[in-house]
Design a protein around this ligand. Sequence first.
Ligand SMILES: NC(=O)c1ccc[n+]([C@@H]2O[C@H](COP(=O)([O-])OP(=O)(O)OC[C@H]3O[C@@H](n4cnc5c(N)ncnc54)[C@H](O)[C@@H]3O)[C@@H](O)[C@H]2O)c1
Ligand SMILES: [Fe+2]
Length: 392
Amino acid sequence: MINRILTPRELLIGGGSLSQLVPLLGRLGVRRPMLVVDPTILRLGIADTAIAAMREAGLGLGVFSAVVEDPTDTSVIAAADEIRSGSHDGVIGFGGGSAIDTAKAAAILASTGEDVRALKVPRIVDLQVMPLVAIPTTAGTGSEVTRACVVSDTAAQEKMLILGTAALPAAAIVDYELTLSCPFRVTVDTGLDALTHALEALINRNGNAHAEALALSALRLIGANLETVAREPSNRAAREAMMLGATHAGLAVSNTSTALIHGLSRPIGAFFHVPHGLSNAMLLPLVTEYSLSAAPAGYAAAARALGWAPATMGDEEAGHALVRGFRDLNTRLKVPTPKAYGVDEEAYFRLRPEMARQALASGTPGNNPRIPSEDEIVRLYEIAWDGGAIRG
Ligand SMILES: NC(=O)c1ccc[n+]([C@@H]2O[C@H](COP(=O)([O-])OP(=O)(O)OC[C@H]3O[C@@H](n4cnc5c(N)ncnc54)[C@H](O)[C@@H]3O)[C@@H](O)[C@H]2O)c1
Ligand SMILES: [Fe+2]
């Protein structure tokens, strides 16, 4: 079997690596970068030295900061228009996944002239685009190394998945110091997103040895450090480990695709604006319990890498320890159920068939070890409402 493994052409990893942005742009041949930056990052002054260095180097810098959380079609079209009108020849995505995905989608639109809706899966967008440098400020999405990008279709209330080399950054700067300012909820939710990426890469039907190695590395790093960063936001060693874990998880999942948790999570985000990592975490215990019997070795390996099952424990028992571990972790990290989060109950139950349809249309449930029918997905949404379990 042939595995097609894709990664950015250059990764700069380590504290202080942001200082290398100007020479990196030089190596990529970018003279007129458009900086697509999270407004909070701009306000906190986190991008100031990079902006000053680019100006000092005489680069034709543009700044777009109208990034919205869970980027929309209208916001990415606005960014693309500015890239085109400013004749920019490269894009920098600086912020959480929302800023990086805005930069990705805008670079694709500006480079190709395509309509954003025409890019969504099942199409694979292997088109040539201008160089993109991704600089994450959350240890979460791994978008800095993935060939994926998520844009909300405002009219259809759907989170569109865009996949292909067009969405793969040319380079990434992975500097954990940029995450030191993340508040508790952002730290935890994005960390749980990274954990979900690693798990879904490990148990994926498209699994491969490359993704497995990186997923296990990510689970070890995240298992040992997520609760530490939640408790001690200034712990640099733990922040560094979480950042590396998120990038490893991104490299893993980009080369397998996501699975059932992300498939079910995106519609919850699209309709009820639950942050992405949180909607994943709400589903982690239940979907793992549902899927366990179809990939016992993979789930057991995840439990061991997270430190929740000793090497001597058999696969079946380790799988159950994993489900229990996710439930306990959610309690300790204050992850609410959809009900406790304040999701509108009437709308949630009315929309569950449409959410199931969108989940299946994204294609990702088909990568899960156990593939659910549309009716089973509706049932999973029902059980997830107040954090229920299949075995009661
Ligand atoms: N492309 C991919 O591979 C991929 C993978 C997973 C998720 N996503 C997408 O990424 C988006 C979520 O990204 P995210 O979870 O990183 O959250 P985000 O980018 O939406 O940021 C969440 C909040 O944290 C703030 N923030 C970010 N960095 C900060 C910092 N260093 N200090 C203080 N505040 C900071 C932001 O301003 C924002 O208010 C969703 O749209 C999701 O669908 C993409
Ligand atoms: Fe994710």
